[in-house]
Design a protein around this ligand. Structure first.
Ligand code: NCD
Length: 308
């Protein structure tokens, strides 16, 4: 092993952030830091399949950039219309085909549990790049990497999650991991977009310190990190309901005076209108840093899965 502690990812699937404990996450973040400026072509001859059944910009392209920067190759699709799924081929047959063409599969799909299903079918490791509202573990590693880099620690921070906590998979993954780091969690959303009772009970059973509110300004000065999310329009059955909630929260530069001067404003992106552009040039902005960090973190994930 090149690096002190193991990430446990060698030859394994990464489906849920639960698949990694705190030590393994820290080992992955250490490796990502070392890989920021390292472009050794260690994945020469390896093939990654990017199977994107849902739209993506950052996740798909940063995985692709990571693989190619390490000398590997990439195949895949970015929408279903160009595949034989359109002709009625099953998900199972699709995965059975792809695992013969690639050494690792990265998958994004609108159904919860689809990445796990793919992993059960596939002979090669499967990395979950987002399954419905459920999980987005590699985004969480990017988020934790960014927090650690900017704040010099993760432990004990107070993280406010703002927005669509019900449907936001990045929230579910990051809140789960942040709980392992003894963070204080503050969940801020309209009533309709709250986390499920089951999720909150799970945190409570683990003794996690959390608060639920719809009043951002009441908790603003407590937060070390404000993690803003987009309302997940595509998950709403009723468009009318979405329209009622759209625009119900928006962060702008003037509001930042109510927060700690050092608050980190994060967002997995894409943003719609939850963060005004005047926040972009403030010292608090961290969302473009997250996007930039995505390549180093995904290089580290791929290197670890390939056992390098
Ligand atoms: C998020 C996603 O797809 O879950 N984006 C991302 O991967 N960076 C967030 C979102 O779509 O709102």
């Amino acid at each position: 092993m090149l690096f002190g502690k193991s990430t446990g990812l060698k030859g394994k699937d990464l489906i849920n952030i639960h698949d990694m404990n705190k030590d393994q996450i820290n080992a992955l973040l250490d490796r990502a830091a070392k890989m920021e400026s390292c472009d050794k072509k260690k994945l020469d001859g390896k093939m990654m399949a990017n199977l994107f059944f849902e739209p993506s910009t950052r996740t798909r392209l940063s995985f692709e950039a990571a693989m190619k920067r390490m000398g590997g190759e990439v195949i895949g699709f970015d929408h279903v219309d160009s595949t034989s799924l359109k002709k009625g081929e099953s998900f199972k047959d699709t995965i059975k085909m792809v695992d013969q063409y690639a050494d690792v599969i990265v998958i994004r799909h609108p159904s919860e549990g689809s990445a796990k299903d793919a992993a059960e079918i596939s002979k090669v490791p499967v990395i979950n790049a987002g399954d419905g509202s459920n999980q987005h573990p590699t985004q969480t590693l990017v988020d934790l990497y960014t927090i650690r880099k900017e704040k010099k620690k993760i432990e004990g921070l107070t993280i406010g999650f703002l927005g669509d906590l019900k449907f936001g998979r990045t929230v579910h993954s990051l809140a789960t991991a942040a709980a392992e780091f003894d963070c204080n969690l503050v969940f801020i959303s309209p009533q309709e977009l709250r986390l499920s009772d089951a999720f909150l009970n799970g945190l409570g059973q683990k003794g996690v310190k959390y608060e639920v509110t719809n009043d951002l300004m009441r908790v603003a000065d407590q937060l070390d990190v404000l993690y803003v999310t987009r309302i997940q329009k595509e998950r709403f059955e009723d468009e009318e309901k979405y329209n009622q909630l759209a625009g119900s929260y928006k962060i702008n530069k003037a509001m930042l005076s109510s927060f700690k001067p050092s608050v980190l404003v994060m967002h997995p992106l894409p943003r719609v209108d939850e963060i005004a552009e005047d926040v972009d040039d403030t010292k608090n902005q961290a969302y473009f840093k997250q996007a930039a960090n995505a390549v180093a973190v995904r290089k580290a994930i791929l290197a670890e899965v390939f056992g390098l």
